[in-house]
Design a protein around this ligand. Sequence first.
Ligand code: NAG
Ligand code: NAG
Ligand code: NAG
Ligand code: NAG
Ligand code: NAG
Ligand code: NAG
Ligand code: NAG
Ligand code: NAG
Ligand code: NAG
Ligand code: NAG
Ligand code: NAG
Ligand code: NAG
Length: 775
Amino acid sequence: MCHFLVLFIVGLTSSVCKGQHAKPCNVVPKDQYIKAGSDTEVVCQTSCVPGKVYWTLNNRPIDESLSKTVNSSHTVLTLRNFTHPNATLQCHSADTQQILGGTYIRTYSKPNKLSCFLHYENEDQTGVPRLLTCNWEHQIISSLTISYTILYATLSRPSEISEICSSHETTCTCKDKVRVTVKGIATVRAQTEKWVHYSDPYEFYPYNILKMSRPQVEVTAFSDHLLVKWIRSVSSETCHCQVKYDKALSDGTPVVINKTLEPRQDGKEIIENVDSCTKYKILVRCAIDKAPWSNWSREKTVLTKLNKRHVNLRLWRKIAKPEENGFRKVHAMWTEIPSTCQGTFTYAVKRTPNNDVMTGDNYTDILCGNSTCDVVVNEDAHRINLRVLENETLLAQDSVYVPATGESLPQVTDIRTSTLEGVILVSWKAPVELVSGYMIDWTHNGNLYYWKESKHTNTTLFGLLEKMPYNITVTPLFDNETGHGTQVHRVCSRVGDPGNVTIISVEANDKSVFVSWNTKSQEECSGAVINYTVFFGAQNGPMLNVTVDSTRRDINLKELHPNTQYSVYVEATALTGSTKSSARLFKTKRFDPRLPLALGVCGSIIIVLVLSLGLFCAIQWKKFSEKPVPNPGLSSVALWSSPNHQKWMRSFQPFSNPSESPFDQIFTEEHQKTSTSPLAASCTINPASEQTEEYADPAIVDKSVEQHLRSPGESTALMSLENRPFSPYRSQSSVESSASMTVKQFKRVPVKQTERTAPVTVYVTLDMYEQGQSR
Ligand SMILES: *[C@@H]1O[C@H](CO)[C@@H](O)[C@H](O)[C@H]1NC(C)=O
Ligand SMILES: *[C@@H]1O[C@H](CO)[C@@H](O)[C@H](O)[C@H]1NC(C)=O
Ligand SMILES: *[C@@H]1O[C@H](CO)[C@@H](O)[C@H](O)[C@H]1NC(C)=O
Ligand SMILES: *[C@@H]1O[C@H](CO)[C@@H](O)[C@H](O)[C@H]1NC(C)=O
Ligand SMILES: *[C@@H]1O[C@H](CO)[C@@H](O)[C@H](O)[C@H]1NC(C)=O
Ligand SMILES: *[C@@H]1O[C@H](CO)[C@@H](O)[C@H](O)[C@H]1NC(C)=O
Ligand SMILES: *[C@@H]1O[C@H](CO)[C@@H](O)[C@H](O)[C@H]1NC(C)=O
Ligand SMILES: *[C@@H]1O[C@H](CO)[C@@H](O)[C@H](O)[C@H]1NC(C)=O
Ligand SMILES: *[C@@H]1O[C@H](CO)[C@@H](O)[C@H](O)[C@H]1NC(C)=O
Ligand SMILES: *[C@@H]1O[C@H](CO)[C@@H](O)[C@H](O)[C@H]1NC(C)=O
Ligand SMILES: *[C@@H]1O[C@H](CO)[C@@H](O)[C@H](O)[C@H]1NC(C)=O
Ligand SMILES: *[C@@H]1O[C@H](CO)[C@@H](O)[C@H](O)[C@H]1NC(C)=O
């Protein structure tokens, strides 16, 4: 135990000795709160380091002149008019830059801008207000909780201070704490555990801080004005009031009327210059002199009455072309009393001859619709009178002139129109006569008319329907008559896109396509096409384009790839825009579709050629057959001796002459050709009498004859038939149809198969056969 005690004492002694030996450095005092704008001193204990020190405030060096070295261990910094809300002050060794110590200095300011007002617990109270609300500002950076207290005294007894209200915010409301008849004085105290501060005193006269409750307002509508009446909460004082009014549907700045009310004077204001039959909203607020404004009263909405002065009938008429009996329909039109006007209005139209007041003719009122009336008049000049009645009393009336048919009247000339963003500008040339104005009317459907008057020779038509053609008429007006109207037709309010483009047909070949289209416009005011651009391209390929002028409706697109899927569309461009057709897909052909056609044509030409050649030959054969031939019956047949052969041939000049006809010569064919035929036709020529041994073979004769009979075009066909083995009969059809009928007379006989080595030539005539048969 003793051992421990000794140890403790030793330890304690050593630490005390250490502290005495170390030279402590520090900055004092720590964590100061000072009033903003006051002065303060801070001391840096510098015993731990030799040499000079310097100071920083929020890490910025402080002017050295503020710092004063008292001795080797103390340096004092004097700060004057210190306003930093929260400052970090540090003391540094000048040699080592080491921080020797630091402190915070925070300032606190007094609450300011204290203001109070007296008011009512609810907005509809009157009499003496019971609530006092004070507001103030307090700039402070502090984590400390601040308690605010309002201290109140009357100016006559300033020492009798009472705490009337407390809060932690910069506003405070108390009830029944102030005397409203005498001047008072108020101060707000801000207090924390570290400091307390007071605002400047605030003197007030209660009526100067009295905020009245909102006025109670009543509004009555009269035919030409509105009467506003209101009751204020404090009637004993002079007060200013404001009446604010505006159309209910308006976003504009409302009109404010200032009105000062004497004590015990009630609020009353007349609002003139209001539109007829229009809803207005009215608000009123009041304030005692110097006191704050009351809140605005509850908003009152009122519908104004119809003011007779506002009735503008703008009566106008359109005269139709005279019918056969000379009567004309006059379409009278006017601006009706707005439907927002309450009341029952009747419109009476009367037509009277223009020049005489009373003709004895019964021109009674024609009861009409609310804004138009169709009246029939004869060819004379008339006036159309319109009267508007409310409850049988005349409200307004107007009349308009209807010229006589064919009456010579001035009219305007050279009407020009231009369209600008949905608005039509119209201008014209005045007639030489002096005019009082012009009436311009316009219609898009012939039933519904719009009209307006102009003093100038120009006007602007607004509120038009989009892309609509309008017929516009300008009529000069004279004092109480009118001139003739001059009309322009189909003036578009806006020119739209060009009409819809439709691709009518796409005819694809292998390398080209023919595309045709048309444009159809359902709208009259579509823009005129300037050019068409045809866009086309293979799928996944680039889109190509070709532009053609507006007169074209088709195009042949070339240099396409065969057997490829393409798409095409047409765009029409006008000045005002462009429209596109929908895209059409097509596939180019694999081959040129004209190829088979060409082939077909060539084939047909060949066939025709061949046929005509055949025909020619047939004719030739016919000629030949009709030729007189020597009758072999009269001649004798002798054995053909080879050397004489040529001679013999020559002796039959007509037949052997090649120039006459190549077919006139008949030669037998080589026997091998016929040897395969099992059957062969044989002539009825008697072989015994007319043939030598060598020519005894009928097959040969037959063969030669047949050869002779052949028409040249069919020779091949016949040959092939002949060569067909096992054909029981020779084909006769073609030979029979085109050549001589004598072949029919052949008898068919079996043919012996005979081997022949040398070709033999025989000459026969048909007559010869005939004779032979007849025998
Ligand atoms: C204190 O400083 C403020 C602004 O920093 C200045 O307006 C004021 O005049 C100064 N007061 C004195 C006593 O120097
Ligand atoms: C002092 O002010 C600085 C900013 O200027 C702020 O970052 C710091 O938190 C403040 N300190 C205190 C204690 O309010
Ligand atoms: C009405 O009074 C307010 C303030 O009292 C003033 O600003 C305004 O100009 C006045 N208006 C008229 C029309 O006198
Ligand atoms: C005018 O016409 C009305 C009815 O159309 C008729 O009652 C009246 O007697 C007529 N008056 C004259 C003067 O013809
Ligand atoms: C005229 O207006 C009244 C309301 O002001 C309405 O009841 C009546 O139907 C209208 N008549 C015609 C023909 O439009
Ligand atoms: C029209 O008559 C109705 C009822 O008959 C009445 O309420 C209204 O005030 C009258 N209007 C005018 C302008 O006399
Ligand atoms: C405009 O005038 C033309 C020519 O008189 C006529 O054909 C057309 O119907 C009129 N259009 C309208 C909407 O009145
Ligand atoms: C009509 O012309 C007059 C002068 O010629 C011009 O001052 C006026 O602005 C024009 N009005 C319109 C609506 O173009
Ligand atoms: C037209 O006006 C002239 C004078 O402005 C007047 O003398 C004449 O009587 C009027 N005519 C009609 C039908 O009102
Ligand atoms: C194009 O066609 C559409 C629908 O068919 C139609 O609504 C539109 O008015 C047409 N455009 C024109 C300029 O004709
Ligand atoms: C087609 O017309 C438009 C509009 O005027 C123009 O810009 C374009 O250059 C024309 N295209 C050709 C190829 O002429
Ligand atoms: C048409 O094609 C040409 C290139 O061939 C290109 O420069 C141009 O922009 C295309 N036109 C349109 C309207 O795409």
